[in-house]
Design a protein around this ligand. Sequence first.
Ligand code: SF4
Length: 403
Amino acid sequence: MRVSLTEDPLAELPVARELVKRFARPVAPDRPSRTERIPIEVRGGPDGPGGRAVAEVPIGSATWGGREPPRVELRIDGGSDHEAVLSARPSVELVEAEAADGRRIVEALEMLARYPRERVARGLLLGEDALAALGEDGALRARVAATVDRLGGIVRGPGTTLDRLFDLAWRAPRLVVLRPEEELGAGSWERLREFSAAVAGRAPGTLAALEVTRPVEVMGGQRLLAAALDRAGARLPLVLLDAREASGDPRIGLAGRLGGLLVDGLGDAVSAPAGSDPRRMAALLHGVLQAARRRLEKAEFIACPSCGRTLFDLERTTARIQALTAHLKLKIGVMGCVVNGPGEMADADYGYVGWGEGKVALFVGREMVEKDIPSDEAPRRLVELIRSRGDWVDPPGDGPGRS
Ligand code: SF4
């Protein structure tokens, strides 16, 4: 394990401990048998375009799946602050409310109606009883149809609820959430395969998701579901749902789980449980997509951890460069020395590298274009360089960049 932060090295230890606590002993679902290997493929990789070939599913004014970057969704409940959701930056693309029964459908619709559709798509996720109630109430169906962009159902596997979901002929479901009754374990692979086979021919324009209760099952379970869907020939895009965690920093737990799946090319949307601060959660989900290189919303900084060779105050300089360039969709390397820096930031668009005591060199890609720049001038010169190459845009609502 290597933990590398652009701050005091002592700050790396608590992060390493948290990672060990969460990921050192993953409990993977049992293998189905000794003779059958689960065909999990890693197709994407950090720099790949994304993994599974999936159908396009239009919802509201956006599209999920196909060649689109993963979407960001938030679960909402009665305690959600809708102003906070709407002001989240970068913004979320869908809010989703869950209803367990008929009465809660009305509550969910009232919650969803507070979100303007031109800003965010609305999703309604129905439990078994809610689906039954909807089947019997034409007026309620009309209200749902008028309010909701993505209707989804929660099923425990192939069976009555899945049939009922697809039998709601007035509106094809756009999401099927598999919520197994028991923890994942022996037999999960078979159940996921049965579920995938049941939805395969029926739902070309539907998303799929797996909802587990224990965070430790998130990664293994979703890899298995993706493999089972692929084996059944179901090109359903996958919404990666995280599980509610009792405590701990989501920047480690949630980011580690969803990030691990995303870098392997899995996932066409990411979603987190309701209850967390929506602004922070939206920023975190976008940050995970960015770090997994599945969706660029802002500049990405590749900074070295610093060592005895570092030739300037790396922490302060990185913060200064971030303040100037965070709104650009570029990769920027900030490296303490020229010995190892250019190699460490090899895929950056621009590089800022220590060149000598108090001096900096600037790179475009792998090519050094300026050197011997006094370090207090260098951030401004970096901005000028980016401008001269046509890659600069002014920050939103801020006039010219503060250089
Ligand atoms: S890039 Fe240079 S300064 Fe930074 S950690 Fe590596 S050797 Fe040290």
